[in-house]
Design a protein around this ligand. Sequence first.
Ligand code: SF4
Length: 307
Amino acid sequence: MDNKNIQGTIFDIRRFSIHDGGGIRTTIFLKGCPLSCVWCHNPEGISTKPRPLYFPNKCIRCGICTRLSKDGGVVMEADGGKLYPAKNEDWHQIIDACPSGALTWDSRQVTVQEAAEELLRDKPFFKHGGGVTLSGGEPLLQADFAVALLKELKSRGVHTAVETALYVKQDILERVLPYLDLIYADFKIFDLENHRKYIGKSHELIKDNIRFLLESDKKESVIIRTPMIPGLTTDPGNIAAISRYISGIFPGVSYEILNYNPLAESKYHLIEKEYYFKENPRRYSDEEMDGFAEIASLNEVKNIIIE
Ligand code: SF4
């Protein structure tokens, strides 16, 4: 198959981002992730399967969807509609019939060519270090699509970045590295049991992949990243252990400490899932973020980025 015809499933394209790499960037979100972080800020991107979504603010209560529903997958109640995506419905028919856009899919399939064309529309804004970032979900889970898309973007002179949780086989990293200018790689929890408990998998593969990246020719282009999740990643022992591990492999390593994002909570109702925090924590103050950075600095990390 021609690489440009490889299909991928994406759940968003966000323009004019200034946080996912240098300059002004366009970020494409690939669906599916093998991990299940309890605080995930893109929970709609975890499942690989497309699912229907309902936006009550767009619903005009026409009743078309409930008339087409055969298995109780759509129910209209006094306080709004409810979806049961596991029900045996012709979801394509129901979503296509919704006149207001209140029903929609959470993702769409695109070929490499279609994705590249959409992303390249923003090329005039990619001056001064901007470009395209692949995010997710775990963008490297759809490895063939990711490699072909990055290759196409590089051939068109676009700066490329990826945000990965690194729970992928090393050969996928080897395939993708030649087409990447910047790699954000997460390392969230150092303790194995806590990693399993809050992220859903062991961290051995992630640690091995961090070593591989920080010993590669691209080590200067790697930024190891830890999101500050209250009580889960912010323990000084966790930040210290991660800092010692990464600086022990490559003393010049770049390490980013990412502030907590309270906006994630609002997405959980869309997928009928409960958010981990009953009371949504606030973002950390500048002084608190400086305190986390100080721990990394005391543990031999010289290049610290606070975001
Ligand atoms: S078809 Fe769309 S607009 Fe009409 S009731 Fe259903 S969700 Fe609302």
